[in-house]
Design a protein around this ligand. Structure first.
Ligand code: TRP
Length: 453
């Protein structure tokens, strides 16, 4: 039996829509909030170079594997894995990959909703002018008063989760595609406006130097693991999001060409976010290494010092972050929602609401992490939020990605990738096979082992 040509859940109306949706998934808090602060924490340039290397050598081949499997299976990741394993004469246990992916999706979505809620709250905090002229004490005070208030954090988490559920419930065409069609172009425009603004601070060169000065002295294996984990996170890999999105991709589009565009766009947005943030931070004599608070304390403080212009651009900035977060959050719900529809024959609305509700409940752990559970540790010295982040980004996603790549490279019926990528030049096709079989899995394995010891 050859793969179906359409998914029962709907299809992207064109290749461009698939690119927008997948880029919308990839571009999110990972690019704008996480990338700048982990780059700051890990010393800049060298870290960026390792991350870029991971995107090319590990990220692109694995994203191709996910899209290929999804487009062949045309079902939710769990059922796609089951069907393709059976067709290839392999163990049914490969569907476990889909299950682990769904679990990782719940975990990521749980904290994603909270941080995205913070960003939405900051649209109003910056917009109200509360931070104009603020000094470090005021900016920090505002942030800790906000995150310390369970009810306020909870309120914004609920708002964000409801928006996410609403979009997913409306379906692939009317919901997901509609959202990315407007939000993604808006996001690019806003980002360019902000980078333009950063060039006027007089510290643009310093920001660039921080991002691109390759100093390997500071690089540890720990940092390499963070860089690799981030490559998975930012490209939405390792939990079958791209498999789900690939299952709605039209048959004619080239997988390699499309995936390359998505990876480039995602990387460009991360670098532009760094270029928008660091010059503003340095122009105000602040440090780039502030950690997760970089976007919520240091940056608002920097904008606050810039008067009315800062108030305006600061607000624009948090609108941008909220848009980016929404188009990613929907992609965290989609794989599980598609599965629930297939399995229980329920409507999309019920599936989306149920899944959103479970993720919301799990997210309470992160809501509490900045107030009543600040000192409650789970994995090692990590609070709930840090534990979930660590477990998913640095463990579950790389492991899931490695298994997906091994499955596509070694266990899948050989004819499937050949058919799915028939338009790809044989040389490039073979390069992909080699990367999926050896480079990506071995690289993940090495980084795991080195970081462990
Ligand atoms: N890539 C998104 C970001 O950078 C987050 C995300 C969305 C994600 N879907 C995912 C991460 C699936 C891992 C897996 O913010």
């Amino acid at each position: 039996m050859a793969g179906a040509t359409e998914s029962i859940h709907g299809m992207w109306s064109s290749r461009i829509m698939f690119i927008l949706a997948a880029t919308g998934s990839a571009v999110g808090l990972g690019n704008i909030w996480k990338f700048p602060y982990i780059t700051g924490e890990n010393g800049g340039g060298a870290f960026v170079l390792v991350y870029l290397g991971c995107v090319v050598l590990i990220g692109i081949p694995i994203m191709m594997a996910e899209v290929l499997l999804g487009r062949e299976g045309r079902q939710s990741p769990i059922n796609t894995m089951l069907a393709l394993a059976e067709r290839s004469g392999r163990s049914r246990h490969w569907q476990l990959l889909g299950w682990v992916g769904a679990l990782a999706g719940f975990l990521i979505l749980s904290y994603y909703g909270v941080i995205a809620g913070w960003a939405m709250a900051y649209v109003f905090k910056t917009g109200s002018g509360a931070l104009v002229g603020a000094d470090a004490g005021v900016a920090e005070g505002l942030f800790s008063a906000f995150t310390g208030n369970v009810w306020e954090v909870l309120f914004w988490q609920v708002v964000f989760m409801c928006l996410t559920i609403f979009i997913v419930a409306r379906g692939v065409g009317q919901g997901l595609e509609m959202a990315v069609k407007y939000l993604m172009p808006a996001l690019f425009v806003l980002l360019l406006v902000l980078v333009g603004y950063a060039t006027t601070t007089g510290h643009f060169g310093e920001g660039l130097a921080f991002l691109f000065d390759f100093n390997f002295g500071k690089l540890t294996w720990e940092a390499v693991l963070v860089a690799m984990g981030h490559a998975f996170f930012t490209l939405s890999l390792g939990m079958a999001t791209m498999m789900a999105y690939g299952s709605y991709m039209p048959r004619e589009s080239s997988i390699l060409g499309t995936v390359a565009i998505i990876a480039v766009l995602d990387t460009v947005v991360a670098l532009l976010a760094g270029m928008a943030i660091f010059p503003v931070v340095f122009a105000n004599g602040l440090e780039g290494s502030a950690g997760p608070g970089l976007m919520f304390i240091t940056l608002p403080l920097a904008f606050g010092k810039m008067g009315a212009a800062g108030q305006f651009f600061g607000t624009v900035f948090f609108v941008l972050v909220s848009f980016a977060a929404i188009t990613s959050a929907i992609s965290l719900v989609e794989p599980a929602a598609a599965w629930a529809v297939e399995k229980f024959k329920i409507t999309r609305v019920r599936a989306a609401v149920t899944i959103g509700a479970i993720a919301w409940l799990l997210g309470l752990g992160t809501v509490f992490s900045s107030n009543i559970w600040v000192d409650v540790f789970f994995l090692g010295e990590r609070n709930f939020f840090d534990s979930v982040d660590f477990l998913t980004a640095q463990f579950m996603l790389p492991l899931g990605g490695m298994l997906i790549s091994l499955f596509a490279g070694w266990f899948l019926d050989r004819q499937i990738p050949r058919d799915q990528m028939s338009e790809t030049h044989p040389l490039l096709f073979n390069a992909w096979v080699f990367a999926a079989r050896f480079i990506a899995p071995v690289a993940v394995f090495i980084v795991f082992v080195m970081a462990l010891f």
